[in-house]
Design a binder for this molecule. Structure first.
Ligand SMILES: [Zn+2]
Length: 520
């Protein structure tokens, strides 16, 4: 079984659940108070894997893929990364599609972020139907669901209040009214409801430090965007009204899913099949937070790694810990490169099956002999190498890559970007002077090769081992010495291929420099 067996298993469960249905409806959710990020990509990519598997297992079934934007939610705070956020301040507490956009005076903040989401998803070739919560509420498409919530007020209340503190239970309402006077939603408190005419009464009196209420009191119909329901009820109502069959969610929403599933049943529909994924961790195993900027952002993934490596990363079990971070990125990309060319045919448990169907993910045409780590290590010895320079080094090392120019151009460009933005770390180490004379053997070996000739990395690697045997050197110490002489690190690549990629002339020059430097 391949590491992607979870995808096929999910697809089979969806097919079983939806047996006899004409249409399978799958959803991902988006909160447009921030920009699309790595979590947005991950959820959409994983959902798209499951859809590909369903299409393969049951090609006759019809599938709808919805991206649902919660743009009718109130905005609580000006997001940190927004320029000119002061124009949003007076509107805090109002729905996202009411708050003006600091980027474009013709649009709301919610619309701006919806547009960014669509551009983001389009750039990766996802296909989906976009749904705006505001549109669904205001057009009346949720009216049937809202009526259903009102009709089942007590049953929903019973489920919900068990999950909140006792002192909050008396005031709890599934409905939030949009204040008719100030247009805000987070400032209102529902004070009564009327099941015969489907109205709620409210006071606009709930202030926080971020937003202020207007003091108005009124009674409004629950329909046509005059009210909305709170998050967990909202999720359940959406599942019931649209008829969602499948949705993934982060581990942090496990409790919401449980409550929303129960409410969905009260609303008279079987809840969707849900699939929990673990949140990403940084290289040290800490949870990723935007504030700390740990882990890897989507921008960093795109700049420093081939997209296919990220897709491969996401094809592993979403419930196994997923560590990502700048220091471990070369290892992550190398894992992909080590895997990326396999001859598996039609194996739906193997990542390759999905990678081939992810249109924007470019795969190597033959098994790569070059690793990303090697490119980075060689790049560290050069002065500000660009992608072209790294490609020239890679080409000298393995001339066959010329036949796969697009893939290696992009790999070398990614490595160059990584090098330009991650300062070289230097490890503390004291050069063992006893090792220094043996550098002369490397020098002699290199000098014997004709100038400008390609080096055989494997042969050179054997030669480096031979030095340890001939002179009874501890292998570990010898290579630790070489890493430090050439990279100032305590770990490094296979040194034979490293010299081979540097090329005979450059390797000779660096060795001469090292001998001169260490002889003093
Ligand atoms: Zn108000």
């Amino acid at each position: 079984m391949g590491i992607s067996s979870w995808v096929k298993a999910e697809a089979e469960k969806v097919l079983k659940l939806t047996e006899g249905q004409d249409m399978i409806t799958i959803e991902t959710g988006y909160g447009p108070s921030g920009l699309p990020h790595i979590g947005t990509f991950a959820e959409n990519a994983r959902t798209c894997f499951v859809i590909e598997a369903i299409k393969k297992l049951a090609p006759e079934r019809k599938i709808r893929m919805l991206v649902f934007s919660d743009d009718f939610d109130g905005l609580r705070k000006v997001p940190l990364n927004v320029p000119n956020g002061s124009i949003m301040k007076p509107h805090l507490g109002a729905p996202l599609t009411v708050v003006p956009s600091p980027y474009d005076p013709r649009l709301s903040f919610g619309e701006t972020n919806n547009n960014l989401l669509k551009a983001f998803l389009d750039s990766f070739g996802f296909s989906y139907e976009f749904i705006s919560a505001t549109d669904y509420y205001k057009s009346g498409r949720f009216d049937g669901g809202l009526k259903n919530v009102m009709d089942n007020y007590e049953a929903i209340r019973e489920i919900f209040i068990k999950t909140i503190k006792e002192e909050k239970r008396a005031d709890w309402s599934p409905f939030f009214a949009v204040c008719e006077k100030c247009g805000k939603i987070n400032t209102t408190k529902v004070t009564g409801y009327n099941k015969t005419d489907y109205t709620v009464s409210y006071d606009c009196t709930a202030d926080t430090e971020e937003y202020k209420s207007c003091g108005y009191s009124g009674t409004v119909s629950i329909f046509k965007g005059k009210t909305k329901v709170g998050w967990k009820v909202d999720w359940a109502m959406r599942w019931a009204v649209i008829g969602i069959d499948y949705e993934m969610h982060g581990e942090d929403l496990t409790e919401s899913v449980r409550v929303s599933r129960d409410i969905c049943k009260v609303l008279g529909r079987r809840p969707p099949l849900t699939f929990k994924y673990e949140l990403f961790l940084d290289e040290a195993g800490e949870k990723i937070s935007k504030k700390r900027g740990n882990g890897l952002s989507m921008e960093q993934w795109i700049e420093y790694s081939p997209l296919a490596a990220l897709v491969y990363f996401l094809l592993g079990n979403p419930n196994a810990p997923k560590k990502m971070g700048l220091p471990i990125l070369p290892g992550i990309v190398d894992e992909f490169l080590g895997y990326a060319y396999r001859a598996e045919e039609d194996d739906m448990t193997a990542p390759l099956w999905y990678l081939r169907r992810f249109k924007k993910a470019i795969l190597p045409a033959a098994p790569p002999k070059i690793t990303y780590s090697l490119l980075v290590n060689v790049g560290r010895t050069l002065e500000n190498p660009d992608g072209k320079t790294l490609f020239d080094y890679a080409l000298r090392y393995d001339p066959t890559i010329a036949a796969d120019r697009a893939f290696y151009d992009s790999l070398c460009q990614s490595a160059a970007n990584y090098l330009a933005n991650t300062p070289a770390e230097k490890d503390a180490y004291e050069i063992e002077s006893v090792m220094v004379p043996y550098l002369q053997h490397i020098r002699d070996y290199l000098a014997k090769q004709p100038a400008g000739s390609p080096l055989n990395g494997d042969e050179l690697q054997s030669f480096l081992f031979k030095i340890t045997k001939d002179h009874e050197l501890a292998q570990r110490n010898w290579f630790l010495f070489l890493y430090n002489v050439f990279l100032q690190r305590n770990s490094g690549p296979k040194m034979g291929p490293f010299f081979a990629m540097l090329g005979r002339d450059n390797a000779l020059k660096k060795t001469d420099e090292a001998i001169a430097r260490l002889a003093v």
